[in-house]
Design a protein around this ligand. Structure first.
Ligand code: SAM
Length: 272
């Protein structure tokens, strides 16, 4: 499908799925390619015929929404954010847990793709932080809407391009190389529980988290209304004083109450 035609199509279709065109602008090529393939698979002539198809076949909107899932990720994405987590934020959270007599730091990686973000946190924990907080256990719930991503996350084998941002010695210690892939040792997989689920459905009503990573999903692709609904839900899932981490180019919408930005220019917020 020609770029111009796809742009018009996305500008028409995305708002109807409560998604933002601005979020897709830079990554539209992969989405347009999938939509083109879907049009061929359905035997339709062109994008106009696909619009008609969507108008007459309501379930097709769900298929289209799945075609719009952008699954790019890598280990240690946005190093500056991980550096803040390790130098200041996780130590603060651990000290608070110790003061409260708690023994576990609960984290949620929302929209976890193939587990790169959750496992990056595990590596930070084992290689840097755990020695300072031997009484605290790390527990990460990682959720994702695409079943294939969850399967791959549980396998935990990655091409070099995914792990290249990690310090070389961590790569050597935590992974074994197999057929040009880097496979994470099971010891480093243990703190993570992967669950299939929509970020907008509550992960657990009993569990509250001290740290939530919701990067490059809700605050890039979702409409403002969905962002605000998600934030409202987070107030119940994230403990007071807990930390919310967004993607490097994401910020909370104007007027979001109950959140304090950790530092100017950093996509990190504290729940008040
Ligand atoms: C761009 S990736 C971001 C991965 C990781 N958080 C990061 O920043 O590197 C977004 C992931 O969210 C998943 N996703 C999309 N819509 C979702 C939803 N409604 N609920 C849960 N996951 C979703 C996609 O399948 C994709 O794997």
């Amino acid at each position: 499908m020609k770029d111009e035609i796809c742009i018009h199509f996305l500008q028409w279709a995305l708002p109807q799925m409560q998604l933002r065109w601005q979020g897709f602008r830079r990554v539209r090529k992969q989405v347009c390619k999938r939509i083109g393939q879907r049009i061929s698979q359905l035997g339709l002539a062109d994008e106009a015929a696909y619009r008609d198809y969507l108008r007459s076949q309501a379930p097709e909107w769900q298929t289209l929404a799945a075609l719009c899932h952008v699954t790019i990720s890598r280990f240690y994405r946005d190093k500056i954010v991980f550096n803040q987590l390790v130098s200041e934020l996780i130590p603060r959270l651990c000290e608070e847990r110790q003061r409260q007599g708690e023994q576990c730091l609960h984290c949620w990686s929302a929209g976890c793709a193939r587990g790169e973000e959750a496992y990056s946190l595990v590596l930070l924990w084992y290689f840097v932080l755990q020695q300072h907080y031997p009484q605290i256990a790390l527990s990460i719930t990682a959720t994702e809407i695409e079943p294939i991503m969850i399967q791959q996350a549980r396998k935990a084998c990655y091409p070099f391009s995914s792990v290249k941002n990690l310090p070389a010695e961590w790569r050597q210690m935590a992974f074994t190389q197999s057929n040009s892939h880097y496979c994470l040792h099971p010891d480093y997989q243990r703190p993570v529980t992967f669950l299939l689920g929509d970020v907008e459905q509550a992960v657990s009503t009993q569990q509250s988290y001290q740290l939530v990573l919701c990067r490059n999903l809700v605050f890039t692709y979702f409409s403002l209304e969905r962002q605000l609904q998600f934030l409202y839900k987070l107030q119940y899932l994230l403990s007071a004083g807990g930390v919310l981490v967004l993607g490097a180019h994401e910020r909370l919408p104007e007027g979001s109450n109950g959140w304090r930005q950790w530092r100017q220019r950093l996509p990190i917020y504290i729940r008040e």
